[in-house]
Structure formats: C-alpha cells, structure tokens
Design a protein around this ligand. Structure first.
Ligand code: SAM
Length: 229
C-alpha cells in the first residue's frame, strides 16, 4: 500500500504518532533528499531502506515503486518538509496507484500552506494556492493582479531573496489590500507580519527577510467586490 506521509516544517515535535508508525512499518521510504530525510529518520530511531524520489527521477522511480506496490509492499513517500504533493513530489505515484486501482492513503499533518492561511487571520473557507510565485517580474505581476481581483485568500510560497521585489510589485497591484508574510512557521523566529504591501516593504527593507516564507493576499470583501471597478 502507498502512504503519503507529511513531515515537520521546522518543529520536530509536529511529527505525528501515526507518521512514525507508518514509516517504521514501511518496506521502503521514497524521500526527496535521502540525506536530509536520513537525519530526520535517525532522530526518530527509524532505519529503513531509503530511495530518492524527486522531480528529476519521479517518472523512473514511479515505475520502480509501482512494481513494489504491485507485489504488496508498503511504500511511504516523504518530502523534505510538509505534505508530499504540495509543491513537492508525490502526486505522480499517487495517480499511478489510482490508475492501477492499488490501495493508498494520505496521512494528515504539517504543511506550511494550511498553517500560513490560518495564522494570517484571512478568511480560510475558500482560498487559492498558487505555489511559488513566478521568479520573473511579468509572471509575478500577473499573479498579483489576479490575486487583487479574487474574493478568496491567495497563498503563495516565496523565497527570501525575492520578497522585496514581490512587495514592490504588490504595492502597485494591491494598493491598500492587507497582505501577510508568514515566515519560519513552527520555528524559533516564527512571524506573521500583516499590513499593507507598503508597510511590509518598509519593514523588510529595514530588516532583510530570512528563512522560509509564504506570502498571502486577503481576498476582496463582499463590499469591495460589489464596489470593484
Ligand atoms: N510540501 C511543503 C508543504 O506542505 O508545506 C512545501 C514544500 S515547498 C518545496 C517549500 C516552501 O514551502 C518553502 O520555500 C517556503 O516557501 C514554504 N515553507 C516550508 N516550510 C515553511 C515554514 N516553516 N515557514 C514558512 N514557509 C515554509
């Protein structure tokens, strides 16, 4: 059976009991980065065969792992952090299982996406997830302009090296709309910084951003939606 197993996004205390049980009973663990995951597994006293499963070998590895699943083995997939399949490998093997009518399950657990939405305080009943914001200015501008027109909260992953450029673009695209930078979630320097893009640009210009982060845009309120141009 295939198991997609989420792992902590910073705080090792967020590893679930069930994730540990599943990893301990797996015949093989497919990991995005076997060195990185080796440290995590050793921390929890888990010694299992590890194979790499990342975007560059996903197609080939899917075939190999499908052979093992067809033989009735237990295959667990983990990524470097968070939920496999969210801006991380995992979806291809799961689709192959669905196509072959093989059993699979997904364990719930840590993901920066869900943690960031809830921590921003923006409405979470409907949201748009755009993955990583495009690195090029044209694509990024289009994403931010689309976010400006949306009623749902928009969530993106962003790199600290690009955040200032994103905030500069957001000033033009989003005006006074509240945005949030959710940074270093579950770690010592966790931060939810909420304000207008202009306020956050001023803050991060004075305090250069570090660490892992998500960028969120509050959607249009019902009144803003009715009054939009
Ligand atoms: N699959 C992961 C998940 O479920 O969150 C996401 C993997 S994606 C390759 C990695 C990106 O997620 C980081 O570059 C960052 O944008 C975001 N991220 C991961 N951990 C984070 C954290 N602790 N705080 C804020 N953002 C985080």
């Amino acid at each position: 059976m295939l198991f997609l197993v989420p792992t902590p996004i910073g705080n090792l205390g967020d590893m679930t009991l069930r994730a540990l049980e599943v990893l301990k009973s797996a015949d093989v663990i497919g990991a995005e980065d076997t060195r990185h995951s080796g440290h995590l597994l050793r921390h929890f006293g888990i010694e299992k065969p590890l194979v790499s499963y990342h975007e560059h070998n996903e197609a080939r590895r899917t075939q190999e792992l499908m052979e093992r699943l067809k033989r009735g083995e237990n295959v667990a997939i983990i990524s470097d952090a968070g939920m496999p399949g969210i801006s991380d490998p995992g979806a291809r093997l799961l689709s192959a299982c669905i196509d072959a009518a093989l059993p699979y399950t997904v364990l719930p657990g840590p993901s920066a996406l869900i943690t960031a939405i809830i921590g921003s305080g923006f409405p979470a009943d409907a949201f748009y997830y755009g993955g990583f914001l495009p690195p090029k200015s044209g694509g990024r501008q289009r994403e931010l302009e689309a976010a400006a027109q949306r009623q749902e909260t928009s969530v993106f992953y962003e790199s600290p090296h690009r955040l200032l450029k994103t905030l500069e673009a957001a000033v033009a695209a989003l005006g006074e709309r509240p945005v949030c930078v959710a940074r270093e979630l579950t770690k010592t320097f966790e931060e939810y910084r909420i304000g207008t893009s202009t306020e956050l640009l001023a803050h991060y210009t004075a305090h250069p951003p570090k660490g892992e982060m998500a960028f969120l845009v509050r959607g249009l309120t019902a009144r803003e939606w009715r009054n939009r141009a």
